[in-house]
Every structure is written in structure tokens, then in C-alpha cells.
Design a protein around this ligand. Structure first.
Ligand SMILES: [Zn+2]
Length: 370
């Protein structure tokens, strides 16, 4: 579920020429050896243009190639090393495939409802949500919310007409993909059905939705998990049906704040369950009774929670449930998090331990004083 970046740094893949691509395809991916060939003097790759990584890296790696590859030409060795790197590079082959997929949709897919592709709050949202954002005060925002347990909020958001259009659009897209023999890239590693709305052309629309309508809410509700600085998103729909995915295992999202809105249609069960917010270190720990929550979806209604809020979806027992989900991320929060050790401002377990430490400290102080 991780995005295509490492430590927040996007790796830019250079576009290889057709010749290079053919040469690469003919080259097997060698298995690097643990110990370098001490006696082998590697090539210098310094004069080669367009290398993706520093030339020295290729020389060092060359010493780990299997013996039967060492005598190959410099070009061939470079091709082999590039194939090894591509395997480990998160943003390499996959990003290229993704780009081609998007391009194919952009040039060939004819949307059913053009209206969905440009952001139009009056057409999309119910009056109470529009009014609360327009007012902008914390009181107005909280007025439309139901707080189910700490950090889980719901509110009426989408007009039924928007929900129907979105459901139809997704079905239309899947039908197109099937007819055009395009393999739909799924939204994440856990859902086998559904589609990424950003891929089918809704990226700008969803970005406006996040910036203008979710950021003000997140600023009030999730100030400790990057709430006011959400600056990128991953938008998708997931589908549950008797012949599709039935449920979704217990997990955390790759987001700071998640918006999850039920679009319909008719279904039984399929409740979301929540088990408290945790940092990476405490993600598998126990939950406390006050953190246990179950929520039944209502079409048009949104649920807003921290990405690190552990959750899952129970199996539906009949019908079909489709939800629109927006994983909202903050680059500022992710950057700062790298330097932090204490997550007690949002991790339930870190907070508990901090309170425990403070209790011990003050009782020790009291004993010393007496
Ligand atoms: Zn923690």
C-alpha cells in the first residue's frame, strides 16, 4: 500500500530508447553474489550519459555479478545492472506501466458523465455540508458531525444524484476496460475490485474536493496528523458484492486522513470496525474498550478518520456496496515524522505510556520530598 516513493524522494525513471529496451529484454536479471570478486577490476561508467544512479554504484555492483557475466561487454553489464536496480526501485517498472495505463484511458475512454470530472460543489454536496464549509467556523463544522468514538466522525455529504452518477461511471469504465481488454489497476494491495478515480481523469476534481472542503475539516478534527497541511491524495472506489470482495481485513491506510463515503447500492451488513489510532511501533497492540467501534454505512454519508486508525470492513451478507475513498496525505507531516520518536499526540498507546511514565515520575518525586 505504500506509494511509489522512497523516503519521500521520488525517483525519476529516465525513458529508455527502443534499442535500449530491446537490449534490456534480451538480458537476464542476474543474481548478485554476496561477496564481491576481489580480483576483478570493474569497468568505469563515468563517461556514460543518462545514468540513473551515480556511475560508481554500477562499478561497485559489477563486482557482485556472477563470474560468467564479468567478461561481457560494458554495455551488456550495464544493462544487467539496470535490470537488477529496476527490480528494487519502487518507482521504476511499475510507474512506467502506470503511466501507460493512464495514457491509454485518457486517449480511449469516453466518460459517461462528464459532469463528474469538474468540481461543482452545488451539484455534488448536500446543503448542510455546503453551508458548514461556507461558514467555516469550528462550531458550524462540528454542528454537522457525529463523533462516534475518539477520532471517527460521520456527516451527510453527497447528493443521491452524485452517488448514482458515480456508480454508473465506474460500471461504465469497467465495461469499457473489459471490452478494450485493459486490465484495471486496482486501488491498493487489499482490494481486488474497484478502480482508481485519479486514473480515469478525476484527479483535479478530487484535489479541489480535498483542498477546499476537507482541509478545513481536517484542520479542526485532525490537527496532530497533518490535518491542516493535506497536499496530495489517492482517490478510488472499492466494491463489495457476493461474487466480488466480501470484506476487508484489519489494516491502516497509507494516508494521514481518510474520507470514506458510501455510494450505495443496496446491501446488508458490511459494517466498518475501528480499533484505535496507533503509530508503526504499536500497530499490532491491543485495543481498549473505548476504542472499539462498529459503524454501518449509509449511502451519501461520509466517514472521516485518521489513516493510522486501525480498521477493517465486515463481510456483506447480500447485495452490493460501493464506496468512494480519498486517502489524503501531508508531505509536511511525513517529513517531520521522520525525526520524531514520541507520537503521544495521536497514538493511543504512546499516550498511555507517556501518562504512565509521568505518574511514576511524580510518585518518585513525592517519595524523595517526604
Ligand atoms: Zn505509539
Amino acid at each position: 500500500m505504500k506509494p511509489g516513493s522512497k523516503n519521500g524522494q521520488q525517483v525519476t525513471a529516465r525513458r529508455p530508447s527502443r534499442e535500449e529496451e530491446l537490449a534490456r529484454e534480451a538480458v537476464p536479471v542476474p543474481r548478485l553474489q554476496k561477496t564481491p570478486h576481489a580480483g576483478h577490476k570493474p569497468e568505469s561508467y563515468e563517461d556514460m550519459e543518462d545514468l540513473e544512479y551515480p556511475a560508481l554504484l554500477y562499478s561497485v555492483m559489477e563486482q557482485h555479478l556472477p563470474s560468467n557475466c564479468l567478461g561481457a561487454s560494458r554495455e551488456k553489464k550495464l544493462a544487467m545492472l539496470e535490470r537488477v536496480l529496476a527490480k528494487y526501485r519502487p518507482n521504476g517498472e511499475r510507474a512506467k506501466k502506470h503511466q501507460e495505463y493512464r495514457e491509454r484511458i485518457r486517449t480511449n475512454y469516453q466518460p459517461l458523465h462528464e459532469d463528474l470530472y469538474s468540481f461543482a460543489p452545488e451539484r455534488f454536496f448536500v446543503g448542510s455540508f455546503l453551508d458548514a464549509i461556507k461558514d467555516g467556523s469550528e462550531a458550524a463544522l462540528r454542528h454537522i458531525l457525529i463523533a462516534h468514538s475518539p477520532g471517527v466522525f460521520t456527516f451527510n455529504m453527497l447528493k443521491p444524484a452524485f452517488c448514482s452518477m458515480m456508480l454508473e461511471e465506474v460500471e461504465h469504465f469497467e465495461k469499457w476496460a473489459q471490452d478494450a481488454k485493459v486490465k484495471v489497476m486496482r486501488p491498493n494491495t487489499m482490494n481486488n475490485y474497484g478502480a482508481v478515480l485519479d486514473d480515469i481523469g478525476m484527479e483535479d476534481m478530487l484535489n479541489e474536493l480535498m483542498t477546499r472542503y476537507l482541509n478545513p475539516m481536517a484542520a479542526v478534527l485532525f490537527p496532530n496528523v497533518g490535518g491542516s497541511s493535506l497536499d496530495s491524495h489517492h482517490g478510488f472506489v472499492v466494491e463489495y458484492a457476493m461474487d466480488r470482495d466480501l470484506d476487508l481485513g484489519f489494516h491502516v491506510d497509507d494516508s494521514e486522513v481518510t474520507l470514506n463515503v458510501c455510494l450505495g447500492k443496496q446491501f446488508d451488513s458490511g459494517e466498518l470496525f475501528f480499533r484505535g489510532v496507533r503509530c508503526d511501533k504499536h500497530v499490532n497492540g491491543e485495543s481498549r474498550p473505548e476504542e472499539v467501534l462498529e459503524y454501518s454505512h449509509v449511502p451519501g454519508h461520509a466517514i472521516l478518520h485518521a489513516g493510522r486508525h486501525r480498521h477493517g470492513a465486515k463481510a456483506i451478507t447480500s447485495g452490493q456496496r460501493t464506496n468512494m475513498i480519498l486517502w489524503c496525505r501531508s508531505s509536511e507531516f511525513r517529513e517531520l515524522k521522520k525525526y520524531q520518536r514520541d507520537f503521544s499526540s495521536w497514538c493511543g498507546e504512546c499516550l498511555l505510556r507517556k501518562k504512565e511514565r509521568n505518574r511514576c515520575l511524580s510518585s518518585a518525586k513525592r517519595q524523595l520530598a517526604s
